[in-house]
Design a protein around this ligand. Structure first.
Ligand code: GLU
Ligand code: ZN
Length: 290
């Protein structure tokens, strides 16, 4: 079984990434994909740090590394196919436009897995002629005509009816302006190209699965299995963030933790151990949370 670890090179790897890589390696042959489609935030030095951290963890990736910044042609091919089917339309709305058009009289607009559920302002834009490049493109939710289904090894089977997709997900962005791809399009095209049979990723991304299953169907790609793992949290139950440099893997390494002790501690439970606690017994200490 081929699994994957798909970090964005925008900061140091932290314990949450270590857990993601452990889950990927536990369930199959782990491929590495560097998700560097955001040219502003991605930096080559972080890719080098990711490789070094995986080496230290004893979780070297199998096969060649894939870099999303080198996959422009594959994303363009997928967009061409969807455009030719009349399933995409260009959207010129700003975030503010979307928010204002989607907001009800009182309260906040409905949020889906791709942000505010798009109110459809640009849906009647022309869909003929050459595909607009450099523009944001949305996938018309009307493209979903059959119930979606998938398997998740941890969360159980998933299913979504077309009407629920239209209401809860809406017309998602498949090409961002200036990027000519989006997270959703890139992961679907790349998971297929890396022959991933089990998509292992954090449960914060579980809601994006109906979008990905939709794109797989429209692009004629197989739907892999899914395993959305739990997230590593700090003592207050909050998810780790990339800005928490104190929780970076490098800081544990520098404090004298061995990779084996850190992995054993993460298997025991997914709250962060204190970085200063380097005693060997820390690995065997009872967890504070059940
Ligand atoms: N690139 C994402 C991250 O760094 C993960 C995306 C995925 O696993 O699908 O959190
Ligand atoms: Zn629009």
């Amino acid at each position: 079984m081929i699994t994957r670890f798909a970090p964005s090179p925008t900061g140091p790897l932290h314990l949450g990434h270590a857990w993601a890589a452990m889950v990927a390696a536990d369930h199959g042959e782990m491929r590495l994909r560097i998700e560097d489609i955001d040219p502003e935030r991605s930096k080559p030095r972080w890719e080098a740090a990711i490789r070094a951290d995986l080496e230290w963890l004893g979780l070297p990736p199998a096969g060649p590394v894939m870099r999303q910044s080198e996959r422009t042609a594959a994303y363009a091919g997928a967009l061409d196919r969807l455009w030719a089917e009349g399933l995409l339309y260009p959207c010129t709305c700003s975030r503010r436009d979307v928010w204002e058009a989607a907001a009800p009289q009182e309260g906040a607009p409905l949020h889906g897995p791709d942000g505010v559920v798009y109110p459809g302002t640009c849906r009647s834009a022309p869909r003929t002629g050459p595909r607009p490049e450099g523009a944001a493109l949305r996938l018309d939710a009307a493209a979903v005509t059959e119930p979606l289904s998938w398997e998740d090894d941890r969360l159980g089977p998933g299913r979504m009816e077309p009407a629920a997709y239209a209401a809860m997900v809406g017309d998602v962005v498949v090409a961002r302006r200036g990027w000519d791809t989006s997270y959703h399009l890139a992961v679907v095209v790349d998971d297929a190209a890396q022959e991933v049979g089990l998509v292992t990723r954090g449960e914060d991304l579980a809601d994006a699965t109906p979008i990905h299953v939709t794109l797989q169907r429209l692009l004629g790609l197989p739907t892999p299995g899914y395993l959305h793992h739990d997230l590593v949290r700090d003592g207050d139950g909050r998810r780790l963030a990339k800005r928490d440099d104190a929780r970076s893997l490098a800081s544990y390494r520098e404090a004298g933790w061995s990779a084996e002790a850190l992995k054993a501690r993460l298997r025991q439970d997914r709250t962060v151990p204190a970085v200063e606690d380097r005693r060997p017994s820390a690995a065997a200490a009872p967890s504070r949370r059940a």
